[in-house]
Design a protein around this ligand. Structure first.
Ligand SMILES: NC(=O)c1ccc[n+]([C@@H]2O[C@H](COP(=O)([O-])OP(=O)(O)OC[C@H]3O[C@@H](n4cnc5c(N)ncnc54)[C@H](O)[C@@H]3O)[C@@H](O)[C@H]2O)c1
Length: 352
């Protein structure tokens, strides 16, 4: 496979994302000559892939969201200091899904006030989204990602060969984020996902590399324009997430993130039809595509919409008494629309 490169342009914090197959040698070459390399991985990914990177030190956390915790971070600090090898030239290799990327990224952001790290995403979600952009975080009892820092990686290596072992449900769930990217910023990508749907489901490496390249190119543009999420441009990445987050909160453990986002996307499309002129044919097209991937496209019959609105009202991205919903007037274009949390919003989210 031909390798592709996306440059994330952030002045002195700029970096490249390499997309290809079997990139461990290139990761090793990138970190060679620096200080000690600390590879952070989880209990699923580490045993499969850590050896290929021959890092000086390998640290492991339990797989799963609960590892994005202060306790786990403390354990990592202890392990790093115990090596006696840490200095400012040290580099962290985050090998894993978004959990490892966020946790190891925050470790790198805080050790010695910030050392370099590289992302080696192993889940599709991490490849198309979380490994690029420099958002690092751990969770707190008060909420997800409440403690964190913007700390850009020094490089990202997207090795599509690593996706072969990703559990099916995790893989399919991330396809919702791919569809999201197409809807908010890349009409050609939506065509490509449709024509390549069967190849994507079969995890064809060439198709994956192409689609991941499109997603990263889009995210790189957004991040370059709004690195710290201050100008509002980065907010369009939340398409489908407003209801998605509410569903994850109301039904803990029922949905993977991408599954909740898939339902959220369908609702946001209906809202877009009702309030920003989206063609109904697009809604039907995207719902069919998500359905083809086996993703849920309807909220549960018994959803308590009042509880969903209450959750949205408490969401940290709220501004005043309205929620800024991301809507798509057409494929590939998104904007935020302030919406009052009332019955008419529920009606429009359920059906245009
Ligand atoms: N920083 C950001 O910009 C950003 C963006 C989106 C999401 N996130 C965060 O990402 C996290 C979710 O990421 P995720 O979906 O990758 O979850 P994850 O890291 O928990 O990975 C999902 C599961 O797949 C396993 N896995 C990963 N790669 C594998 C592989 N190649 N082979 C076998 N098993 C593999 C993991 O061990 C885990 O059990 C959340 O914590 C979320 O907050 C961050």
């Amino acid at each position: 496979m031909k390798q592709a490169r996306v440059h994330v342009s952030l002045g002195p914090r700029s970096y490249d994302v390499l997309i290809g197959e079997n990139l461990a040698d290139q990761v090793r070459a990138f970190v060679a000559g620096a200080g000690a390399a600390y590879l952070v991985s989880d209990s699923n990914v580490g045993p499969l892939y850590a050896d290929a990177f021959s890092a000086a030190h390998t640290l492991s956390v339990s797989a799963g969201e609960s590892s994005k915790s202060a306790a786990e971070l403390q354990r990592l600090y202890d392990a790093v200091f115990a090596t006696g090898d840490l200095d400012r030239r040290a580099v962290i290799i985050a090998l894993g899904g978004g959990v490892v990327g966020d946790l190891a990224g925050y470790l790198a952001a805080t050790l010695l006030r910030g050392i370099r790290y590289v992302q080696v995403p192993t889940s599709l979600l991490a490849m198309v989204d979380s490994s690029v952009g420099g958002k690092t975080a751990i969770n707190h009892a008060a909420g997800k990602n409440l403690i964190g820092a913007f700390h850009q990686p020094a490089a990202v290596f997207c090795d599509v060969a690593l996706l072969a072992t990703l559990p099916e449900r995790e893989y399919v769930s991330a396809l919702a984020e791919v569809v999201k990217t197409a809807m908010v910023g890349d009409a050609a990508l939506l065509d490509r996902i449709e024509t390549g749907a069967a190849a994507l489901l079969a995890r064809d490496p060439e198709t994956l590399a192409e689609v991941i390249h499109a997603c990263i190119s889009f995210k790189a543009r957004i991040v370059a324009a709004d690195e710290l999420e201050t100008s509002g441009q980065r907010a369009i990445l939340n398409f489908g997430h407003t209801l998605g987050h509410a569903l994850e909160a109301i039904y803990p453990g029922r949905y993977l993130h991408g599954e909740a986002v898939a339902i959220g996307i369908c609702a946001a499309l209906k809202l877009s039809e009702a309030r920003s002129g989206l063609d109904a044919a697009v809604t039907a097209r995207v719902i069919a595509l998500l359905g083809r991937f086996g993703l849920p496209v309807q909220p549960p019959q018994d959803l308590d919409w009042a509880a969903a609105l209450a959750y949205m009202a408490a969401d940290k991205k709220r501004q005043g008494s309205v929620v800024a919903f991301v809507v798509t007037p057409e494929v590939g274009r998104a904007e935020t629309l302030p919406c009052k949390l009332d019955d008419s919003l529920v009606r429009d989210l359920k059906h245009a």
